[in-house]
Design a protein around this ligand. Sequence first.
Ligand code: ADP
Length: 485
Amino acid sequence: MSLNTALLKQQVFVDGAWLDADSGETLDVHNPATGEKIGTIPFCGRPETARAIAAAEAALPAWRALTAEARAGYMHALCDAIMEDIDDLAVLLTTEMGKPVAEAKGEIALGVKYIRFFAEEGKRIYGDTIPSPWADRRILVTKEPVGVVGSITPWNFPNSMIARKLGAALAAGCTMVMKPAEFTPYSALIYGIMAEKANIPAGVVNIVTGDAPAIGEEMCENPVLRKITFTGSTRVGKLLAGNAGRNMKKISMELGGNAPFIVFDDADLDRAVEGAIASKFRNSGQTCVCANRLYVHAGVYDAFAEKLKTAMQAQLKVGNGLEGSTTQGPLINAAAVDKVEDHVKDALAKGGELISGGHRPDGAGTFFEPTLITGATPDMKVAHEETFGPLAALFKFETEEEAIQLANDTEYGLATYFYTQDLGRSFRVMEKLQYGLVGVNEGVITTEVAPFGGFKDSGIGNEGSKYGLDDYLNVKYSCIGGLGL
Ligand code: ADP
């Protein structure tokens, strides 16, 4: 599988043109599986971002004036262009991000589903009429696009994280300035190529790369930009939310998680193991909804640990994502490997037992073995921090109340999973878990038709579904008086 260099755009996309940074400075981008340099991207800052925002402002009146059907036409054309090149786009994504090429293809296909869903949902941006308390006036509620939107996205889903934001924004009638992660810019810059192919008017979609804090500051402080949508760490999310709040901008924040995965003693253990493999090890453990803490009832603890070990050893294969049999690509960079290693060492120092994996393989690339540790305890780092890597740590519990208390004992509230065959318990536990996403007997639950959003420090707002579209709309109340009725 070789890289199609026609899709490797090394410039930013502003007002329909491909440009370098004003300074001419660039950043290097590397392949995490080999350490090799793939190319460069422009190191832009505030002035380039301001120009992208101005282009989005200029494009806004015509874009929002289109019918929802006309906007949907452009959006479906964008998706058609992406699907035409999906095999090459998957290779590009794997080359810069590392995940297995089949997963990369799945991610891009899911991104397309988001855009197509929103293209159609845009036709259902309904308003309201409200019974009036005045005989001669009528009350009308309509929804309008918030205006120019800025997005900042991470490297772990470099295509679909953009698609969920771009789809909702375009459908609502907003225009966009997007800043992808510096580790995976090319899967974002392809949206410029595809926007051109789909004949989307210049300025509707703009993409800048470079100095993240400077670009973020311009987005937060430029009065033209009306909303910031961010996916990434809670630390950066709070920084952006604070700055956006001072400038009274709308925000959507999809931040970190520390997902508990609970296995009750009445669970179907094989199903729970299957869910744990999918939830914990997808993308080598680098998703914000990855199971981070696995709580297993004492009565099934040893059996679950044994089954999970067997499944991990049989199913998980570490390697370059471009090689067909790989299920576990590299981690994004050396710092990510250091963090997993630190969590493993910390757990072992505090009494954990290493059951499988635990090391960096020899050779190039930023890899780490899928790792299983039993005997995990609340004083370990893995109990409190998101590992964001392939470490499964098994904690033991005795009662349902204890499991719920342990699961909720975190500042995060994004995703949680639990396994039980008891219907009453399903509802009891589902209702008590303080999380925005709950998988009951399921380990992977993301879909474009359902809302995706966190409680507590995991964020504000939703993506996907009708709720995700609402985040890009202002509600307007018009009182129509003087009707002389
Ligand atoms: P991660 O730990 O997943 O890399 P980050 O929150 O650091 O999460 O990064 C997510 C996105 O936020 C990336 O696009 C990154 O460039 C961007 N980013 C990092 N720091 C800042 C900042 N100070 N202001 C704006 N964006 C930032």
